[in-house]
Design a protein around this ligand. Structure first.
Ligand code: TEU
Length: 558
């Protein structure tokens, strides 16, 4: 495949904006759409062509917008529909397309759809959500635990029934079995498609189909409940719903979809992406859960090795390619810790680690997704009390850990490692107060390192993390094999070096990344006749890598 044959979204770099934390234009401490419009040039410089916005629709903000009360309007905290139209237009001028986050597994309980549904058992929307009768003793229909903790069922007095919520009790699940619900969410997607957005990220999409029978599961914790994820993720029949959605919304339009697909493995990709699939790409969870046997329990961590991390990429890229699909490359998002903390040892230079990971992100086969702040080298927050955290999942997890008998120290350590707040602190634009994010009081504290790690200072320092990202982005566009080239892992057994070859008809690039805080060597034959086109240290030596050094060598194919 030639780069010219690729679709625009395969050829570009995507960037995730956590709207609440990117840039505040009106001093209320909350990021907004006009703030984003004012900083589009930062994205342009990074080579970004697609910007995924976390949900900015009307919402009571229990889960920062993932609880939607009105899909057709913008939350006043973020601006107006005119602001959104202007953002779409200004982005387009810079060849950037906006990607909307569609949250269709659930709505807010303050959505009109739900208000009507809960008003009685006999209304037009009475079965738009998942209602079930209590057990004989009046308790919840099953012992399923929601992903954020506590029972997945909430009792409603008016109906005398429980409703299901995979996430928070203020996020009731929609009933996709009802064709009217499917038509309603399709209409929402068409509305945004017709506004000229470039694509959709489909939130929590693997949970939309529930099993036909609601049965208790074997308790997996002392609360007597069982986590809902294995019970409802990827239920047979789900693909029928998604095929229907794809043909109604996407066919014939130059837009892309990426599904957030917890519970999908590389082996499932042939049903999910490519010619016979339902999306253009899916975000798998194999990498981000590498250290958590049960992602619902952050206290129970496992050791992992680089070989496993490398195998994840090799397998998923192979299966996505085999299906005629495409792979989204990501190391971070707004639900995950910062990648420097997640995938790198504690010791060593933060800048060197960030550059090593940047090299992986921008040279792997697929569309890279940069999480805001990743390009500046952001690290996890280090707050010592649970009261300092904001995220509901984090707070519920802390309570769950204590209930399970972990000590306070163990519980807070797990929060330090996995809290979703780490990826949500305000963007750091300059060294002025509040890092130039807001003139008011930021909704979440700015990370104290902002004097050094901010966009302006990093722009001025030649060897900064940001300038390395910009250099890599430019390199990609001039060295097409890094975009369209095949992917072949080399040295798969090596526990220190992540190495692979990207090759097209004309050129071959060899990428070598040292994941250890020590000097390591490799067989120089791999790069014998090649020229170094990128080095994170500026002093590459064939056969040797400095701690966390990343290098790219290239040669023509004759
Ligand atoms: O995330 C879905 C989600 O939380 C799960 O996939 C979860 O990570 C996993 O099951 C852990 O056990 C999306 C959004 O990205 C997130 O911010 C929202 O809170 C959530 O949906 C609810 O809308």
């Amino acid at each position: 495949m030639d780069a010219a044959d690729l679709k625009w979204w395969q050829n570009t770099i995507a960037y995730e904006i956590y709207v609440k934390s990117f840039k505040d234009s009106d001093g209320d401490g909350i990021g907004d759409l006009n703030g984003i419009t004012s900083e589009l040039d930062h994205l342009k410089e990074l080579g970004v062509g697609a910007v995924w916005l976390t949900p900015c629709y009307v919402s009571p903000q229990v889960d920062n917008g993932y609880d939607i009360a009105d899909y057709y309007n913008i939350d006043s905290a973020y601006g107006t529909m005119e602001d959104m139209d202007r953002l779409i237009a200004e982005a387009k001028k810079r060849d950037i397309r906006i990607v909307m986050d569609l949250v269709f597994n659930h709505t807010s309980d303050e959505n009109e759809w739900f208000k009507e549904s809960r008003s009685g058992r006999d209304n037009d929307k009475s079965d738009w959500y998942i209602w079930a009768d209590p057990k004989e003793d009046g308790s919840a229909p099953t012992n399923w635990r929601s992903i954020f903790g506590g029972s997945a069922w909430e009792y409603d007095k008016t109906r005398g029934q429980y409703y299901l919520h995979t996430f928070h009790r203020k996020q009731p699940d929609l009933n996709w079995e009802n064709p009217k619900v499917r038509a309603a969410v399709t209409d929402v997607a068409k509305f945004w498609r017709d506004k000229g957005v470039g694509g959709f990220r489909m939130d929590a999409i693997t949970y939309i189909k529930k099993p036909s029978e609601y049965k208790d599961g074997t308790p997996d914790a002392s609360d007597g409940m069982t986590g809902i994820h294995p019970i409802t993720a990827n239920t047979p029949g789900i693909l029928d719903f998604l095929h229907e959605f794809r043909s109604a919304v996407c066919e014939g339009y130059d837009i892309f979809t990426v599904g957030e697909a917890d519970g999908i493995t590389a082996q499932d990709l042939k049903y999910w992406v490519g010619e016979h699939g339902v999306f253009d790409m899916v975000f798998e969870f194999g990498l981000v859960n590498i250290d958590l046997p049960d992602p619902a329990n952050w206290c129970d961590r496992r050791m992992w090795g680089l070989r496993e991390l490398k195998a994840f990429f090799s397998e998923s890229i192979r299966e996505a390619d085999a299906a005629g699909g495409w792979f989204p490359v990501f190391l971070e998002n707004h639900d995950q810790p910062r990648s420097i903390n997640h995938f790198m040892p504690e010791s060593g230079s933060r800048d060197a680690k960030a550059k090593a990971l940047a090299t992986l992100l921008l040279t792997m086969r697929g569309t890279p997704f940069i999480m805001q702040g990743e390009e500046l080298g952001f690290v996890n927050v280090d707050w010592s009390s649970i009261d300092e955290y904001d995220d509901i999942f984090t707070k519920n997890h802390y309570a769950f850990a204590l209930e399970e008998g972990y000590t306070k120290e163990e519980a807070i350590e797990s929060v330090r490692l996995f809290s979703r707040d780490s990826s949500r602190t305000p963007m750091q634009w300059d060294a002025t107060e509040n890092a130039g994010f807001t003139s008011g009081t930021p909704w979440l504290p700015v990370y104290p390192d902002y004097m050094a790690y901010n966009r302006r200072s990093e722009k001025e320092a030649a060897d900064s993390i940001l300038n390395y990202y910009i250099a890599l982005a430019r390199l990609r566009s001039g060295h097409k094999e890094l975009i369209d080239g095949s992917y072949e892992e080399i040295m798969p057994e090596d526990e220190s070096i992540f190495a692979f070859i990207r090759k097209d008809a004309d050129r071959k690039a060899v990428v070598l990344i040292n994941f250890k805080d020590e000097k390591v060597s490799y067989a120089p034959e791999y790069v014998k006749d090649a020229e170094c086109i990128m080095s994170s240290t500026g002093s590459a030596q064939k056969g040797m890598l400095a701690p966390f050094e990343a290098v790219i060598y290239e040669e023509d194919i004759i």
